[in-house]
Structure formats: structure tokens, C-alpha cells
Unconditional design. Structure first.
Length: 323
């Protein structure tokens, strides 16, 4: 059964390969809330990116990947990887479409509970933006079928310069910062509240989606210092950023952004692994940037820890340099 599923996914991903030959890429990014239809299911949020290529005047094939988390940042992240077929009903500025995603949802906590994805969607595209509603079926290796309704809100670059703007105009940024906040830990049904401090150094690669909207992928090293000991973790995250036009003649440009991702920490001792979400506001000047953010986290301890769970909220200051 497992081999059959793997073969199915392999065939699916190969279907996207012919689309790349002699065609212009049309990258996309999208965010999608997912609402479970089954009893006891939880709402989740997915952030995805990828690209399609036209193989016909109204048909596109492509692939994508992303990260999925519960709205309450509980448990471990999942990684969806999928192939996409899209049919546009016309070429107007407002165009209905039908879309089918087929792929695999990797469970990072236990691979045995990974699932095949079947996700038909219908919606409408207005210029480069699109909105769709679909049915998402997750067929796990173990367990029962999961039935969901999802809403896709996305942006797709079209035209001859889609790939050029997405790749050739991309850039890297180094960020260092410091955060302070509180953590609440459950331990034997008791709660322990304390203050922790965190220093971090990160690298993120940003891709311009439009003149003011950007998408990025990043990682780095975080050093968290609670009341006792230290925890080193590796963040993996995605960022959406909106850049406002310059408000002065000094090229000062305000921005707002949001990071969503997971942290992988030391499996020995009191390490934690889980999700975080961090909205930020800041300003850029030439290649430099400075910002403040609010960090929300939901983490699970390592198997060696005596603790049960950890939720945190903190405030951060960061300085960045674009290269």
C-alpha cells in the first residue's frame, strides 16, 4: 500500500515536468485557511509557493510546496508537496478557474501518519490575485480519511517577466536581534511561568511578488536563555512582507511583515520543537532595516525533557542588512 502511494505521488510530480519545457514560469504564493469537516478536527493554516507553466492556451501544469500548522500552533509542522493542474475559463481581467492539487503531506512528527493530498478547487482570478474554495481530502498511511474545506487566497505572476521578477530580482538579508518575553510551561498539570531572553541571527532570501509585496524563506540560529540553562534552536520559516512607498525624500520606507514557521531544538535536555508566528513593523533605509515584532509560540518538549508543553509571547528588536 505504501509503495502504491509513493508511486502515485511520483507519477503525479512527473506530470509537471513537461510543463517546464520551452515555457515561461508563472510563480505563485498563497495562504489558505483549512476547516475540518470531521468531528473533533481542528482548523489549520497553510502557506504555499510554487510555479505553473502553460501547456495550452487555458491549461497550466506545475508544482508547489509549503508549511502547514494548526491555528493554535499546536503539535508539529506538516510539509505539503504537490503537483497542480489549472484550467482558466477565458482570458479576461476577471476569470473563473478550476484547479486540482495532488500530492503528499509529510508529518514531521511521525512519517507513518503522512497523507496523500487530493484538493479540487474552483474560484475566480482578478488580474494577478485569485480566490478559491475547495475540498481537501487527506488519505493517511494510518488512520481515517480527513475531510476539509479550504480557502485559497493567492497571487500569481503572469506574463513574460514573471520568472525574471521572482528570481533575478530576489535578494538576501541578514538579520540579528534580541527578544524578551514570557513562557508558560505545563509540568505534571502545573503551570510554571517565567521570563526568558533570546538572541538570534538569521538569513532570509526575499522574492518580489509585485512592486510592494514580497515573499521570503529563511533560517538561522536562536539562543534562548530561560531562568535556568540555555536552549539552541534552528528556525525554518516563511515571510510575507508589504513595503509602503517612501514617505520622505530620505528614502525611508515603512513595511509590515509576518513570519510563520517552526523551530527545531536540541533533542537532549529541555529542548522544544514547534511553531511560531511573528508579525512585525519596521522601516528600511537603503540596504538597512530595523523593526519590532511580537512573537507567539507553541512548542512541544523533546522526549528527554520532563516538561509537557510550552507557550510563549515575546517582543523583539531586529536590525537587518540587504545584500
Amino acid at each position: 500500500m505504501k509503495k502504491a502511494k509513493q508511486i502515485m505521488v511520483g507519477i503525479l510530480m512527473c506530470l509537471a515536468i513537461p510543463a517546464t519545457a520551452q515555457k515561461k514560469a508563472e510563480p505563485f504564493i498563497e495562504i489558505q485557511p483549512v476547516i475540518g469537516l470531521d468531528k473533533g478536527s481542528k482548523a489549520s493554516l497553510q502557506l504555499e509557493a510554487g510555479s505553473t507553466w502553460k501547456v495550452h492556451d487555458m491549461i497550466s501544469l506545475g508544482f508547489g510546496a509549503g508549511i502547514a500548522t494548526s491555528l493554535k500552533f499546536e503539535g508539529y509542522p506538516s510539509i505539503p508537496v504537490f503537483g497542480r493542474a489549472k484550467f482558466n475559463f477565458g482570458h479576461n481581467s476577471i476569470t473563473p478557474f478550476a484547479m486540482l492539487d495532488l500530492g503528499y503531506m509529510f508529518n514531521t512528527n511521525d512519517f507513518e501518519y503522512s497523507s496523500i493530498i487530493i484538493n479540487p478547487t474552483v474560484g475566480v482570478q482578478i488580474n494577478n490575485y485569485y480566490l478559491g474554495i475547495g475540498y481537501e481530502a487527506l488519505i493517511p498511511n494510518k488512520g481515517e480519511l480527513n475531510n476539509n474545506i479550504n480557502i485559497k487566497l493567492g497571487y500569481q505572476m503572469t506574463g513574460d517577466d514573471g520568472l525574471s521578477r521572482f528570481i533575478k530580482k530576489s535578494y538576501g538579508k541578514v538579520e540579528v536581534g534580541y527578544a524578551i518575553g514570557s513562557k508558560k510551561i505545563g509540568n505534571d498539570k502545573k503551570e510554571i511561568t517565567g521570563i526568558g531572553k533570546e538572541a538570534f541571527a538569521r538569513i532570509i532570501w526575499m522574492f518580489p511578488v509585485s512592486n510592494q509585496l514580497e515573499f521570503g524563506l529563511g533560517s538561522g540560529v536562536d539562543l534562548f536563555t530561560p531562568s535556568e540553562g540555555q536552549v539552541v534552536s534552528i528556525p525554518l520559516y516563511a515571510r510575507l512582507q508589504y513595503d509602503f512607498p517612501s514617505v520622505t525624500n530620505l528614502e525611508l520606507c515603512p513595511y509590515i511583515s509576518g513570519d510563520i514557521g517552526g523551530k527545531l531544538s536540541d533533542e537532549k535536555g529541555d529542548g522544544f520543537t514547534g511553531f511560531f508566528f511573528e508579525p512585525q513593523v519596521g522601516i528600511t533605509y537603503n540596504r538597512w532595516s530595523a523593526g519590532i515584532g511580537v512573537h507567539f509560540g507553541k512548542y512541544e518538549p523533546s522526549k528527554y525533557s520532563e516538561l509537557e508543553s510550552c507557550s510563549s509571547i515575546g517582543y523583539s528588536l531586529r536590525l537587518g542588512y540587504r545584500f
